[in-house]
Design a protein around this ligand. Sequence first.
Ligand code: HSE
Length: 436
Amino acid sequence: MNPIQVGLLGAGTVGSGTLKVLQRNQEEIRRRAGRGIAITMVADLDTARARAVAGPGVEVVADARAVIANPAIDIVVELIGGYGIARSLVLEAIAAGKHVVTANKALLAVHGTEIFAAASARGVVVAFEAAVAGGIPIIKALREGLTANRIEGVAGIVNGTTNFNLSEMRDNGLDFSVVLQEAQRLGYAEADPTFDIEGIDAGHKTTLMSAIAFGIPVQFDKAHVEGITGLQATDIRYAEQLGYRIKLLGIARRQSSGIELRVHPTLIPAKRLIANVEGAMNAVLVQGDAVGTTLYYGKGAGSEPTASAVIADLVDIARLHTADPAHRVPHLAFQPGEIADTPILPIADVVTAFYLRLSVADQSGVLAAITSILASHDISIDAMLQRQSSQGQTQTELVILTHNTVEGRMRQALATVQALPTVLAPIVSIRKEELS
Ligand code: HSE
């Protein structure tokens, strides 16, 4: 059988890795796919760069639409990124009857419903293993490997840039701005690092996992997203003293009334495996009713790790290419007519524990006043620390860990505590998950 022909849109970090790994492992890949996979066309505005990575025998063009218009191309690999031109190109490729492989989590988290519907109507596949956690085959695990399970929840470190920042801040007591520059230099960060540090990239990835885990539409607009820019070294230190690490966690969890979908800095017990995922590494913990807890760990970014995921999708499509569309694995794991309208819960309804840090006047009755407000909101305290403040003898810092509570109730209690004249600075609150 002739090799399946692939057109690549974008010859940057992941595109060059895809060309390199396909070339290096072509024989092994052919034996697995049942036929060869050949990138025969590459589009990139920087044609000189594309020519240098594509090598001889590959047609290089500046216009991505020339790839889509080529009837010999079976699969289009979109590695441009963003929601703009990438959305038009993916929809045009689908309309032209091409299968699409993409690493574009932003595009799918925001426009996935439209794109998957267009693909189903045209009978083509949109594969996106590379969009979540780079080289970790988490989409495959959720969609196929764990298909027997009712998934209860997913919690992941799915942004290497922020994890690298948090590790460096903790290990070296470095400032946030210094470590961000290093992550950018090492090539982990998005073109716009705001997407990393504000939690948006992790939100996109968690949204995609939530859809596959629970059979719901992709709904990034309903995700609660907080990044790490407000995080202070003091809180990383106190968390450590209490036996916790702070990680930017993407959480998608089933509750009786709906689905929690949230990304925020989170205290995790230091003894959990996932708390020890350091540097730019990613990890995703999945809880299924039959399998229990499983953990997937690996490189979440980089040229060849992400190429590994892109090529896995190419092999899947090569295998499915002649299969009846009705018998393919559904895009979101569940059959298109079986997508549920289970609501995404507002953050006020989420149940979680909290780390609180309060700068208070060091005088009698202050602690009693605070704990009585918490008690009146039915918020139970798990642990507490008191440390002398760097602001002087008349002030002290209280660090409180609570048991699980409803977030809305905690916000009401904190507003009352904040209004006490003895509370001298804005209260720091960080969510805590035991992940047990
Ligand atoms: N910017 C992402 C990260 C890499 O830092 O994890 C690709 O998703």
